[in-house]
Design a protein around this ligand. Sequence first.
Ligand SMILES: [Zn+2]
Length: 740
Amino acid sequence: MDKHLCIHGHFYQPPREDPWLGTILPEGSAAPSLNWNERITRESYAPLARARRLDGSGRIVEVMNCYEWISFNAGPTLLRWMDTGAPDTLKLMLQADRDSLRRLGHGNALAQVYHHQILPLATPLDKELEIAWAVDDFQARFQRPPEGLWLAETAVDTATLEVLAAQGVAFTILAPGQARATAPLDDNRWTPVEQGGLDIRQPHLVRLPSGRSVTVFFYDGPLSQAVAFERLLADGETFWRRLSGATGPGLLSLATDGETYGHHFTFGEMALAFVLDQARRGRDGVNLTNYAAFLAANPPTRQALLHEPSAWSCAHGVERWKSDCGCTTGGHPGWSQSWRAPLRRALQQAKDTVDLHYFQRGAGCFLNPRAALVAYGKVLAGLTGQEDFAAAQMRKGLDQAEQAAAWKLLAMQQWGLASLASCAWFFDEVSRIEPVNAMTYCLRALELAQATGAPDATPQVLRTLADAKSNLPEYGDAAAIWKTLVEPRRETTESLAAQALAVLDLEERMPAPGGRAVVAWPGVGVEVAPDSAGTGTALIRWTLESGAQTLRYAWDAAPGDPLAASVSVSGGPAFSPAGLPVNKRQALADAWARRASDVLWEQACARMARGAHLVTEIQEAQTTMTLAPLWAGLWAPLAWNYLWGLDLSPKRRELLLTFLHQNAGSASERAALMQRVSGRALAELSAPGAKPDWESLRRMVARVRELALPEDWWAVQNLLWDTGLRLRAGKPLAELLGFA
Ligand SMILES: [Zn+2]
């Protein structure tokens, strides 16, 4: 049999969105990025879609979409964010799947457990939902059913595989240590793995009690480990030799977190691109493939028994996600993980309550509550519209209030499932952002339960959470964390109206009386219709729900501190944006900063188009400009005018350049200027029907170098590559920017 190679990346971020607004709020630890999704996209997901392959002299010969040549899965919770947060990278992932499908007859993409739950720990209902919704999400994005599915933490047991098989998933990928014994397909003489029973280069069939089966691929453990944790990505050639040396008849596959490339290991994507290029050229007789294509040509000839339950990141079954098993990540040796068990109990207790309520209350709304819940995945995926769903799943003749309740019950289940994402238990402390988010989703689910008539289950949940002790005395226990970190996140009509009005105020788009404006987050929208300077009507509409809430507001804008404004809703007590939790205040501050920075920059550049003519000569015995510190403050907009070819006499040009050199600007000013420069170049190159001024662009690049700005042409290079402009009119510019 030939030698085959497949490199798999598991791309995943936990659910991070605020369960009311549906948007990811600023996460301080990711700063200056807005949040971790954005930061890891910049470090890993985007570079992998646009990896530079260089020639011997360091010039770019190819911008490679690595997703086209690796096997990959990306979770729905990450992809949903990418829709708006990283559309370019998402587009390239989808393109990569289409291209690999064309080349190999099978696409590179795999589905993934919807909320990354540890399925052996999930109830039968949740197992079914997590897989069914994942399959729907995959179908909607990749326009084909998934052949394989990545299990969160590769956590597996028979019941989990039964659900995969029932949903039409053909295969999954496991760690070699999860195999217990193997045998030929046609007899049951099992050889234990410890006695050399496992050949990871061939797929194995796992037969299930139902008579169904799932194929399992076992990745190469030591090599995957070396990629993830040793310095194998430091050098492409070394990486290739290790891989090539390990191949043999059959399929050698590696599986790691996708973030290994670029986030855990800077420039890891370049080593990967080098290796993928060697493999696709067939160096050393290696064939580059993906799991589904290999499986189609090489159906299993052996069967396997698994350790159950088991996972790739815990040596104790799946204890890591429910007890203090000793596995931990976070870097605090000696910290206790005794909080894991009560956190699991509390969140499961809440989910059980939610389930009970769903089926009791849902019986009046849905023709078949369970079928409706399974089908809701198609609504989340955009495969079914809300009206079609209601027509097919809801009882006939429901009034508006009952329809609204039905939608709330479904949203309640969505957040209940999100609260059980594996990440809450992965790290070593209950006050970390992951458990806090899990508790926030739990709170949201319980709130929706109450809103549809359930009794308040919070007291019981809090009693259990009180047993989850933090390692940090200042936090106490998870019940205290619920009060201090979780509860303040809750949105009310007042807080939503306050944020909508504050955004309109800070972005200077408050409508005049009689007008209207909408502030929309992914999860909720607020339409503001003032009837005077300080009063009006607000309409709150929740996404994927029905009905709307109309309320009267009074807005008292503060002349000084904008957060000191206050709003009262329908005559209730006043609420001020200053009372919002820090991340929500940060989001308002960011909205203001973006607008303020753009407005001031435009003004400054226009003004400095005149000022650049006024930089005067240095006279005899003069060492610096008069008012030098004042002029230095004008450095960036002066430099901008210089870069974009302000028309100056040679003498003036020289004077301006001397000034720009002498004052130089701070590192952050220079980086910000570079960003604006590449932004304008991008706009010029991509404007529809634009005829770029190549001469001005080339002069700009030369002047960026004259001023020794921190060059960053990443996005411009991508555009030159995508459009093919580098081969035509843009060739001189492309060469200037590093293309071979
Ligand atoms: Zn463990």
